[in-house]
Ligand binder design. Structure first.
Ligand code: BG6
Ligand code: MG
Length: 221
């Protein structure tokens, strides 16, 4: 069995639920452009990058937008989103997170965030968790989004551990694939639970103890 010395958490959907904030920000942008946007389109945006999300929304637009215009639209959405993030508080931390973080720290396990979001630090600050991690790797640090493994391999390097010593916690299929491609053990939660490349699955972090987490046998490499 591998010895896990570090746990790398995805952020959105694992530590904090930001779905509602993304939805409201995209809705405000779509409404201002007269583009129909509802839950059905929103379901396709979950865990998709900002520019890819915009492309999906623009499928329902009668207008064509240049790359420069699309960048400006993505910036507008992000400004709405950042505004909504000011309403985040520790109450938005998902079940089990605080206990697992504390239990892992008690066991001298290193902790990192590996997120595709460029807003990761602002989110962690808003919920009061910014100082809990030994490394925070986010969308500003990585050349390509998940399923590319870069976010996780950079995190391992920053923590000074080998990929084989890392456990990744993910709620998205692309994130599970990124963790497995990095040669790490993966715990899949939420929507990704049951993914074949995950060593273990749980509904959320309340459904697994720190000891069970550290014993997750790797099937992912
Ligand atoms: C991911 C979220 O963590 O980050 C996606 O799951 C989001 O929904 C992506 O689109 C990019 O986030 P941001 O904050 O950089 O727009
Ligand atoms: Mg996620």
């Amino acid at each position: 069995m591998r010895k896990i010395r570090a746990v790398i958490f995805d952020l959105d959907g694992v530590i904090v639920s930001t779905d509602k904030h993304h939805f409201q920000a995209w809705k405000r942008l779509a409404d201002s452009l007269g583009i129909p946007f509802g839950r059905e389109v929103n379901d396709r945006l979950r865990r998709v990058s900002r520019m890819e999300s915009l492309e999906i929304i623009l499928e329902n637009s009668a207008n064509q937008y240049s790359l420069e215009e699309r960048r400006e639209l993505a910036d507008r959405k992000n400004a709405h989103y950042r505004n909504l993030l000011t309403g985040l508080s520790p109450a938005n931390i998902l079940p089990g997170v605080i206990n697992v973080i504390q239990a892992l720290k008690d066991r001298q396990v290193k902790l990192a965030i590996g997120s595709s979001s460029k807003n990761a630090r602002a989110i962690l600050r808003a919920v009061g968790l910014e100082d809990e991690f030994d490394a925070i790797i986010d969308g500003n640090d990585i050349p390509r989004s998940k399923p590319d493994p870069a976010v996780f391999t950079i995190a391992a390097r920053r923590l000074g551990v080998s990929p084989q010593e890392c456990l990744v916690v993910e709620d998205a299929d692309a994130g599970v694939e990124a963790g497995a491609a990095a040669g790490m053990t993966v715990l899949a939660v939420g929507a990704a639970a049951g993914h074949p490349r995950a060593a273990r699955s749980a509904e959320n972090l309340a459904g697994i103890s720190a000891d069970e987490l550290l014993m997750a046998e790797s099937v992912s490499s």
